[in-house]
Design a protein around this ligand. Structure first.
Ligand code: GDP
Length: 337
């Protein structure tokens, strides 16, 4: 079924007046891979800066392994924020949904209170594209949400080691949720993610887990001291919370506000966003160029043929790539556009 599309000014007017319905429609267009939608999406993005905003949204990334309590935490934390009069948007990046079409993060029913909260907007992970594609689409969605006047945009991702760096590169503050009792084995991926965190919150610090959580806090604090100091002068705190008992939530928000104040003062927020934009620019350009290249029919055929020749002609990878590079200027790249 062909969905009806609106003229560009109507999307912009809807976003400017914070209409959740129009915002959702605009995000659907951004996420669509249909060529006609991509043209519409680029026009919306181009004119987005004409929307006057009163303030910029604070972008918060939240990650943690499946089962740590991300959805429960975001439901509690988000409700805490909306009770303070803030409007929040929650976007998710879920690497699993690209492979299996199933999703670790699931849908909005995971956040029962926020799903009913008129000051909260929840958008699940876009599907049917590569992880790189999802990152660009999420980045664009952040800009749409900001134009729609949200005070806070929360980007949630599963802490399984693929999408965290991407999220870190699009948010101001990166919160890592951990489980009590995980303080003893700090290696591999977890260590890498810890190094990116602006704060660690040990969730499920309730019931008979409190003692273990306090011990884990000391372990994590010690581990954090071993990392090189942050250039922005921030020392990431390790905090305790319970998403179910709603404890420690105020402290986490206070910590985020303290970070924001400090980063505005030392101009790091601004310079960080600038360098994030530079990274995004490079990545999006590469992504779009590659997309165009792969769509050029002759080149596509050549790539497929060359891949087959690894085994048949026993050529190695650099030789195969150089073979394509030698010939690529003869292909009509424009056909792919
Ligand atoms: P996610 O996979 O990270 O999104 O985790 P969920 O939010 O779905 O939570 C996984 C399980 O942990 C659920 O059974 C929750 O009820 C439970 N849970 C979440 N937060 C807490 C908490 O603060 N304390 C306790 N005891 N359980 C929690």
């Amino acid at each position: 079924m062909k969905r009806k599309r609106l003229p560009v000014p109507q999307y912009l007017a809807g976003i400017a007046s914070s209409s959740a319905v129009v915002l959702s429609q605009a995000i659907t267009i951004i996420e669509s891979n249909k060529p006609e939608d991509q043209v519409l999406a680029s026009e919306i993005m181009q004119q987005l800066s004409t929307i006057k905003k009163e303030n910029t949204a604070l972008r918060i990334g939240i990650t943690g392994v499946p089962g740590v309590g991300k959805s429960t935490f975001i439901d509690t934390f988000g409700s805490f924020l909306t009770h303070q009069g803030l409007k929040i948007a929650i976007l998710s990046i879920d690497p699993s949904s690209q492979k299996t079409k199933g999703s670790i993060l699931g849908d909005k029913t995971r956040m029962e209170n926020l799903a009913r909260d008129k000051n909260a907007y929840i958008r699940p992970s876009p599907s049917g594209t590569t992880l790189g594609g999802v990152a660009h689409k999420t980045h664009e969605t952040i800009l749409l949400c900001e134009a729609a006047g949200f005070d806070c945009v929360i980007v949630e991702t599963v802490g399984v080691g693929q999408s965290e760096t991407m999220v870190k590169d699009m948010v101001d503050f990166f919160l890592l949720l951990m489980l009590p009792g995980g303080g003893d084995e700090l290696q591999g991926v977890k260590r890498g993610i810890m190094e990116m965190a602006d704060a660690i919150a040990i969730n499920k610090s309730d019931g008979d887990q409190i003692k273990t959580a306090r011990k884990a806090k000391v372990n994590y604090q010690n581990a954090m001291h071993l990392f090189p100091p942050n250039l922005n002068g921030w020392v990431p705190p390790v905090l305790l919370c319970s998403a179910i008992e709603k404890t420690g939530i105020t402290e986490i928000w206070e910590s985020i506000k303290k970070f924001e104040g400090k980063m505005i003062q030392n101009k790091f927020l601004e310079s960080n966003r600038q360098s994030q934009n530079e990274i995004w620019f490079e990545q999006l350009l590469q992504y779009k160029l590659m997309e165009k290249l792969y769509k050029a029919p002759e080149l596509h055929t050549k790539i497929t043929e060359t891949k087959k020749s690894f085994f048949q002609d026993k050529i190695n990878v650099p030789t195969a790539v150089n073979k394509i590079l030698k010939e690529w200027q003869h292909f009509d790249i424009k056909k792919g556009s």
